[in-house]
Design a binder for this molecule. Structure first.
Ligand code: NI
Length: 144
């Protein structure tokens, strides 16, 4: 069994602000991340899949298929976007990177079996770095 990881990037802006809290509560809870005009990040994501090495190809997966999936489901929808405004997923959900990681995992998981119809590879984990010091992971064992 081999784990394959590919890296992707996108840039997006967000503001941490909960509609259910007052202005003061938001400022207290999120600090500078609650700044009214938001701020941007250059997100780096890693998508990990696991499976046996196929005899015919000598590979676990076709990287072109994974690239197309991640481009369509993650990079294009989020790149150069304001997550609070441009993504339906964050209409009622604060776009913390924890929640962004869950949304990215969900988006890949929903389409996974249509692009990889066999038993392998399985989507194992996504990892997203908001900054070099803020890194978040979602695995197949912790989808929620
Ligand atoms: Ni931020």
């Amino acid at each position: 069994m081999i784990r394959v990881t590919r890296k992707y990037r996108f840039s997006a802006s967000h503001r941490l602000h909960s509609a259910g809290l007052s202005a003061n509560e938001n400022a207290e809870l999120y600090g500078k991340c609650n700044h009214p005009y938001g701020h941007g990040h250059n997100y780096e994501i890693e998508v990990s899949a696991r499976g046996p090495v196929e005899d015919r190809s000598g590979r676990v997966l076709d990287p072109r298929i994974l690239n197309r999936l991640v481009e369509e489901q993650v990079v294009q929808p989020f790149n150069c976007k304001n997550l609070n405004v441009d993504s339906a997923a964050f209409e009622d959900v604060v776009p913390t990177t924890e929640n962004l990681a869950r949304e990215i995992y969900r988006r890949l998981a929903v389409k996974w079996t249509s692009v990889f119809p066999g038993p392998w590879p399985v989507l194992e984990k996504i990892r997203i770095a908001e900054t070099p010091r803020n890194i978040f992971e979602v695995s197949e064992y912790g989808k929620s």
